[in-house]
Ligand binder design. Structure first.
Ligand code: 4AD
Ligand code: MG
Length: 451
């Protein structure tokens, strides 16, 4: 059966209201435009639930008082689009505090009865839901997560905009690697080799030298072959970069950013946090100062955990932390922990060595509490032309592609640095989600390119 056509003409007789602001219209007749979310039928009474993107409201439709609406709604399929008119009535028992006494209903497009909306209100497996991500987004839980994501992004922008940082957008198509050569997506750029950017950092080092304090916020790409709950192949990163800044300045900035966004989400999106079942008490603990420990101290925590039988294998000094290590370290603290000065060998080529011990890099990873692991990675950048050139060679990177980057050390070099925060990791932590796949409308992962 072909899908029923959309009725393009929409007649308006009452003020159009939004469900999240319906209280402003108490006692008035309003018009809602949205979808039939659920329908309960009880003899001569119908209890439809409508959603309009801003929320869900229950309607009441007695057959004898609203015969037109009753006929239009009876048997109507889930997710059919509708225009509904009715009177707003306060009701303490209703989830949002209001109900709608429906007077008439116009069905805009009816979902076919023989091909119903695939996502019913019962439980579905995650593979099925991912395959129907374009529809899954309509469920209140998914919509709430996306609202929180938007709030986090807005908080990030406000934070930097109000502190003298200028937004500068780096390119996405790049001729060289930033974060190691193993996770590059290659693109054919008119017969020249190019890659999707792994990070805007190298370019915003250049804009920082032009503007002092800058940030970028955009999509970044990693050809991650691993299936973990923390990795996407396409994710959004916010990266601040500051000229004349040292590791402590970078850590202070990261601490300020995280306390700020958590505070904003608690203030503006408490309802959504509660809807998705987040334990907000955990978020209320997030306040400066965050503990700052060295890599060496973090290794001691892991060794102690091993001695107490809480970790299976003994961590060997010199390696990067794996997810279970990060989980264990962060579980010792009730707020994000900043681990600084990792062995230079396991970190990126551009990191400034610690003058106290050049085996170590002046870098920091911020591990989120409750086992969420790394959400921020940052560092002071190598300021010396000679040392940077040496590192480019040691890492087998093509010198020619980095000539412009070396120029930044030739023309007014200075100690500078910044960090990158993965938005999806931050959203997963703040929302308390198992997996990053629910933090972005259409996640891209190994084996996931549809829809
Ligand atoms: O630690 P990373 O690799 O650091 C950089 O890219 C630096 N250039 C940033 C800088 O100093 N300007 O990545 C930064 C953050 C990580 O802490 C994590 O939150 C996120 O980006 N991230 C990912 N998020 C989702 N999926 C992935 N595959 C990610 N890889 C990194
Ligand atoms: Mg990192």
């Amino acid at each position: 059966m072909p899908t029923e056509e959309v009725k393009a003409e929409v007649k308006t007789e009452a003020p159009v209201a939004r469900i999240d602001e319906i209280g402003k219209h108490e006692g008035q007749t309003v018009e809602l435009r949205g979808w039939l979310y659920n329908l309960r039928e009880s003899g001569k009474l119908l209890f439809p639930q409508f959603r309009d993107g801003s929320g869900v409201i229950q309607g009441v439709v007695p057959k004898n008082q609203a015969p037109q609406a009753f006929e239009a709604l009876k048997g109507l399929t889930q997710e059919s689009s509708v225009i509904v008119r009715g009177k707003v009535r306060a009701d303490k028992r209703a989830p949002g505090g209001y109900e709608l006494d429906v007077s008439d209903v116009q069905v805009v497009q009816k979902v076919p009865e023989d091909d119903p909306y695939p996502i019913s209100l019962k439980e579905h497996g995650v593979d099925f839901l991912m395959e129907h991500r374009h529809l899954w987004l309509r469920t209140p839980r998914q919509a709430a997560i996306l609202r929180i994501r938007a709030e986090i992004i807005k908080a990030v922008r406000d934070f930097f905009d109000s502190r003298g940082f200028v937004l500068t957008d780096p390119p996405i198509l790049t001729p060289a690697a930033c974060e190691g050569t193993t996770t590059l997506f290659e693109v054919d750029y008119f017969e020249e080799q190019a890659f999707l950017t792994q990070s805007g950092q190298l370019y915003i080092e250049a804009t920082a030298m032009a503007l002092g304090k800058v940030y970028s916020f955009g999509p970044t790409f990693r050809a991650e072959k691993s299936k973990t709950r923390r990795h996407l192949t396409e994710f959004w990163m916010v990266e601040p970069e500051m000229a004349f800044a040292e590791l402590d300045d970078i850590m202070n900035l990261a601490e300020g950013l995280l306390t700020n966004i958590v505070g904003r989400v608690l203030e503006k999106r408490r309802r959504e946090l509660e809807l998705i079942g987040r334990d907000v008490a955990q978020l209320e603990k997030i306040a400066a100062p965050f503990p700052r420990i060295t890599y060496d101290e973090a290794v001691q925590i892991l060794h102690k955990g091993h001695a107490e039988g809480k970790l299976d294998t003994k961590f060997v000094w010199g390696g990067d932390f794996g997810s279970p290590d990060e989980t264990y370290i962060s579980a010792q603290f009730d707020r994000p922990v900043m681990v600084h000065r990792y062995p230079a060998e396991v970190k990126a080529f551009y990191m400034e060595p610690d003058p106290q011990d050049p085996k170590l890099a002046l870098c920091v990873d911020v591990l989120a509490p409750e086992g969420y692991g790394e959400i921020i990675g940052g560092s002071q950048r190598i300021a010396s032309y000679g040392l940077l050139l040496q590192r480019i060679h040691e890492h087998n990177l093509p010198e020619a592609a980095f000539k412009w980057y070396l120029d930044l050390r030739k023309y007014g070099g200075n100690p500078h640095g910044g960090f990158g925060m993965g938005i999806e990791r931050a959203v997963a932590w703040i929302c308390g989600l198992e997996h990053v796949r629910e933090t972005i409308p259409f996640p891209r992962m190994l084996h996931r390119l549809y829809p």
